[in-house]
Design a protein around this ligand. Structure first.
Ligand SMILES: [Zn+2]
Length: 206
């Protein structure tokens, strides 16, 4: 990957080539270097706050993300500095970690039971460690899709799940718990959606 720095060197910042701040570097100082992201960090540079922000990457990647998602039931929305992703069975958050100088993925502990975006970011999450970190959002979108497709298949097949051995029984119990929770959260969501329609109607009449 190539990034742009200023040879002038006062501000040890590196930019993506498409960053608007690249135009502000004087031509004689502008230097494009073919190095990995981590090489720049090792050399003492820090990524530009603008072109390495989640919002910037989201704008750049949104077309590809939408193409990848296609007809799948996956919603994504930028709320502040977080990218929230909702699938049928899970909700997720991506944000920029300055510790890792990369994006990291969080998995929601509970499925939000209403459609209020504020609830999405104030809910509890845990770091999805096996997803690692990434310089692109797409890597996580792909991870989420395969993770939740698998989960959905598991939930839909809960009755056929083998539970002969102790290991299978344990596994079944774990998935059954998730299944019950999923059914409950879905019911709550439906109820709150219905209530919302009712209050909206009342507001129209009033
Ligand atoms: Zn920049």
């Amino acid at each position: 990957m190539s990034y742009v720095i200023s040879k002038n060197g006062k501000s040890k910042v590196f930019h993506r080539k498409s960053c608007m701040y690249v135009n502000q570097i004087r031509y004689c100082n502008k230097c494009t270097r073919k190095n990995d992201f981590k090489d720049f960090v090792i050399m003492g540079y820090r990524p530009c706050k603008y072109c390495f922000s989640l919002g910037y990457k989201y704008d750049c990647e949104i077309k590809g993300i939408d193409n990848f998602i296609g007809d799948a039931n996956i919603k994504h929305m930028l709320i502040g500095d977080d990218l929230i992703i909702l699938t049928e069975v899970g909700y997720w958050k991506i944000n920029y970690s300055s510790e890792h100088t990369a994006f990291v993925l969080y998995h929601g502990n509970f499925y939000p039971d209403d459609e209020n975006p504020e609830r999405y970011i104030t809910s509890e999450f845990h770091l999805q460690e096996d997803a690692g970190h990434s310089q692109t959002l797409m890597k996580f979108i792909k991870y989420i899709k395969s993770h939740d497709d698998f989960r959905l298949r598991q939930l839909n097949n809960i009755d056929n799940y083998p539970r002969k051995t102790l290991k299978e029984k344990k596994q079944y119990k774990r998935i059954k718990k998730k299944y019950d929770y999923f059914i409950m959260a879905n019911t709550l969501r439906l109820i709150s959606a219905k209530q919302k329609i009712k209050t909206d109607k009342r507001a129209c009449v009033g």
